[in-house]
Design a protein around this ligand. Structure first.
Ligand SMILES: Nc1ncnc2c1ncn2[C@@H]1O[C@H](COP(=O)(O)OP(=O)(O)OP(=O)(O)O)[C@@H](O)[C@H]1O
Length: 264
């Protein structure tokens, strides 16, 4: 496994990323307010068509990295101090969140930020708001319902009446309705029962099969690594290890810190 702070040994090199890179983060440093940076020269690559996992303890910097990628730093009074963010080869470091959505990025937020007063159906349709083509949207809606039959059963219910797990499914389904090229899943298994967690990872595999690239932040390390092509390990705002997920899974430090001493 690579122990460096860059991922250039994994896919492509330096700043001339191949067009097949969905997301490239180059030497990124981020600060909240006037404080010292909490991300330090972070570089990572999410190859098109892959599933990439970010691992790290609480406070390691994963959410900050995601906020930088999605363009939501300013909402948190944070900013890029140095470095760049490329989405499909285009520099989006200064681009708004909505511009990034238009370029194919979508995020299913941790915390189940759904519209509780709207129906399940309307929540899912809201995910497709930037798209045209009613027939395709209806077909995608059915596909989400195939993946999450419990949502189909409750399609007319207010989303606020769903269980926590069902709301989590709805958040993922809504992000899928945007038909993203790059889907960011922030703790999709958070608070779910084991059976639902398995489902979430089946859905991740399905999303990958459909050609969508996935950036995954997960506390459920063993399953996340199983589902991923590459993994990056964050510590104190820096990438301390990275490599193919199968190698990261067998790394002694990762095993000790995240896998309870075995590779699960
Ligand atoms: N709104 C904020 N204002 C100031 N500092 C913040 C803010 N949000 C996060 N931080 C700091 O930035 C660092 C990275 O936090 P971040 O939330 O990115 O970590 P994380 O790996 O996502 O953790 P978790 O798994 O707990 O969500 C931490 O030191 C944290 O205290």
């Amino acid at each position: 496994m690579s122990q460096t702070h860059t991922a250039s040994d994994l896919v492509g090199a330096g700043h001339n990323r191949p067009a097949s890179t969905a997301l490239a983060i180059n030497d990124l440093s981020v600060s909240y307010g006037a404080h010292a940076p909490v991300l330090h020269n972070v570089s990572l690559n999410v190859p098109d068509g892959s599933v990439v996992t970010l691992l790290g303890a609480n406070g390691a910097g994963k959410s900050t990295l995601v906020r930088a990628a999605t363009g939501l730093l300013d909402v948190h009074q944070a900013r890029v101090v140095s470095g760049s963010i490329l989405l499909y080869g285009q520099d989006v470091t200064a681009a708004s969140a909505s511009e990034r959505v238009r370029k194919g990025m979508s995020q299913a937020m941790e915390g189940r930020r759904i519209f509780t007063q709207l129906s399940v159906d309307d929540n899912l349709r809201a995910g497709a708001i930037t798209r045209r083509g009613g027939n395709q949207i209806r077909a995608d809606l059915e596909r989400v319902f195939d993946q999450f039959p419990e949502l189909r059963e409750r399609r007319s219910s207010k989303a606020g009446f769903l269980s926590g797990g069902q709301q989590q499914m709805l958040a993922i389904g809504r992000a899928l309705m945007a038909k993203p090229r790059l889907l960011i899943l922030d703790e999709p298994s958070l608070g779910l029962a084991p059976k639902l967690i398995e489902r979430v990872f089946e859905v991740v595999a399905d999303i990958k099969r459909s050609g969508t690239t996935v950036l995954l932040i997960e506390q459920n390390v063993a399953m996340a690594l199983e589902a991923s092509d590459l993994a990056y390990v964050f510590e104190s705002g820096a990438v301390v290890a990275s490599g193919p997920a199968a190698e990261v899974k067998n790394d002694e430090r990762v095993k000790a810190a995240y896998l309870g001493g075995h590779a699960g």
